[in-house]
Ligand binder design. Sequence first.
Ligand SMILES: [Cu+2]
Length: 123
Amino acid sequence: MTKLLVLLIGVIIIGFILWWFFGKHQVASAEAAVTNDRQSVDIEVKGGYSPENVVLKQGVPAVLNFTRKDASTCLDRVVFSDFGINQELPKNQLETIKIDTSKPGEYEWACGMDMFHGKLIIK
Ligand SMILES: [Cu+2]
């Protein structure tokens, strides 16, 4: 009986480990709403980016509104290397970043140290 219990617990732990490494983890995603031929997405910076995936419509002028609520200096800059953007994010201050949506594709953004990441999808 004890053996069976140990076996059962072992199977549960293995299952958990498999789920942890191979399971699909939900990533917060947001699609910009287009109003008056403009689109914008608010992004909160706190232990990472929320949402982490942003979908923009191609050809519509876009802005991303970043607000850093995290005290960590790690997140005090946001870098869009594909667009040549390296923007400072003062704490608790809204920083608006214009994004060129003329070319569709997937573009990564990151903190100044390339530790936290987000993804921009233009389609
Ligand atoms: Cu960093």
